[in-house]
Ligand binder design. Sequence first.
Ligand code: FES
Ligand code: FES
Length: 156
Amino acid sequence: MIARLVLNGRPREVDVRPNQTLLELLRDTLGIFDVKEGCDEGVCGVCTVLLDGRPASSCLVLAAGLRGRAVTTLRGLERNGGLHPLQEAFIRHGAVQCGFCTPGFVVAVADLLEKDANPSPATVREALSGNLCRCTGYQKILDAVHLAATRRRAGS
Ligand code: FES
Ligand code: FES
């Protein structure tokens, strides 16, 4: 069957299996490796993408049911071929250790800052509650989010 989606702004039509997940489509069929694969059951958040602008675990989405929906991965957040300001903030604060969880965190935070330019620490924690970091770098991640939000409000 055919899955239709708009991937990082580009319309795609791809042949998929009936039970193929969006995560499998992205990684195995399309070679989009900035989406990571972890638990495969909606728990770890490493496979997070934006689906019509909202965070979703791509391991829980059936590719065949996309019907033209917009899918944004970390790559889709790049600005003029450069890093997204959130990525720069993660690097600045040392919030990337092994980096496996980083794409999911960045995608989830990008959505949060679109909705709330000045999120409280509790709001950030809540928004990121579905993203796990096995390197336990949570405080640095929270610091990076704070820096990115501050810079964003300052327009820098
Ligand atoms: S791989 Fe999708 S939530 Fe863990
Ligand atoms: S940096 Fe290693 S899992 Fe988060």
